[in-house]
Design a protein around this ligand. Sequence first.
Ligand code: ATP
Length: 424
Amino acid sequence: MKDRLPAPLVSLLHEAGELAEQHRVRVYAVGGFVRDLLLGVTNLDVDLVVEGNGIAFARTFARKRQARVTVHERFGTAVVTLEDGFKFDVATARTESYDSPAALPTVKQGSIKEDLARRDFTINTLAISLNAPRFGEVVDDDGGRRDLQNKSIRVLHPLSFIEDPTRVFRAVRFEQRLGFRLDAETATLMKEEATRDAIQRLSPARLSKEMILVLSERQPRTVLARLADFDLLRCIHPELKWSPELARLLKDVEETLTWHDRLARDRLIRQWVVYHLALMDSLPTPAVQETLSRFTFPRGQTRRTLWVTQEGPRLLRTLNQRTTPSEVFRLLRDLPDETLLFFMAKIQSESEQQKISTLFTPESATPVLKGNDLKAMGLKPGPVYQRVLDRLLDARLDGEVTTEADEREFVARLRSSASSADLS
Ligand code: ATP
C-alpha cells in the first residue's frame, strides 16, 4: 500500500484501523478500491466496511478528524468528508436476501464474510483488513486474487444474474475496462439471463443508471460491442443494432472527445450524453421517443436529445453546404457543448469540424476592440456599437482580420463605406 497509495491515504487507513481496534469493531477496505490497488490501477474511491455499526464508526472518526459526515440510516452507510475535501464511504457489513428477481434486496447487519459473499464478481470480493494487528492482510474467500491473475470475470454463484440483472452490464464494463474475459460459465449464465424477461423489466431508474455508467466508461464503444454480442442492445431499444456505421460513429465520437479533452479540459462535459446522441442517431424518431420515455435521464436531457433527433439532420445538411465560419458560429452558438461535439463527430469534413471547433475556443471568437475603443475612435455610443462588434466578430471568424490594427482598419472602412448608413 505504501508504494501504491499517497502517504496521507495510508495514514488515514492506519487511523481507521486504530480507531476500530479501540472501539472493538473490525474495519476493512473493500470493493473496487482493493481490486484496483492489487492491479496497480489508481483508484482513490475508498470504501470501508465495518463489522459492527458503520454509522457510529463514521461519526466517531469524523469527530476525531473534524470531518463532515453524511449519514444514510436506511442503508447503514455514511460518507466522511475530510477538511481537504477528500471523501470516503463507510458501510455496515450486511447480508442481503432477494424476495423476487430484479427486486431490491432486504438487508440485515452481518459479518464481512457475508458482506463479501453478496457481491457481484470474485474480483470485487477482496478486502484488506485495517485493524492495527492485521493491517494490510488481504481477505480472499472467493478466489478473487486468482481471478485477478487470470484476468477473469466470474460470478460467485449461478443465480447471480437472476438475483440482480444489472450485473450483466457491470460484467461487460469490468471486462472491457480491465481487458479481462468473462469466464466460460459466467458467459453461459449471462447468455441465459440476456434472453430472460427480467432484464427488460428492470426499473427505468436502474436501467438508466446502468446505461449512463456504460456510456461513461473510457471506451464505451467496446462495451457496447460486447453488449451486442449478448443481444443486449435491445435493452436500450429493440431496433438498436450493432452495425459498421454505428461502430464508425462511436469511434468518431471517441476521437472528438479526445480532442476536446486535450483542448478544452476545463469545460466539463457529460461524455455519456455525446455517446447517447450517437446511439439515438441510428434510430428513427419514433424509436428515439420510445427510448426516451423509458429512461429517466436528468432533467432537460430528454428534451435536448429529442431536439437533436428532430433538428440535427437539417442543421447538419446546412453545415455540409458551403457555410462560412461566422454563419456556423451564429447557427450553433446557443447549443450545449455535448450537442456540438456530437455534430463534430458526425460531420466528416475536416474543414467543417474546424468551424464548429471555434465554439470551444472563445478567445478566437472575440474581437480585440471593445466599446471603449469604438468610443475613442469617435463613434457615437448607441445600438450601433453592437452592430459594429458583430461585424467585427464575423470578420475575425472568417479570417478577414487577425490583429488589432486589422480591426481598426476594418472599423474605419465600415464607417466610410456606403454601408455606413446602417451604422449611424
Ligand atoms: P468502479 O471502478 O466502477 O467504481 P467499483 O467496483 O468500485 O467499480 P461500485 O459500483 O462503486 O463499483 O461498487 C462498489 C462495490 O460494491 C463493488 O466492487 C462490488 O463489490 C459491490 N457491488 C456494486 N454493485 C453491485 C451489484 N449490483 N451486485 C453486487 N455487488 C455489487
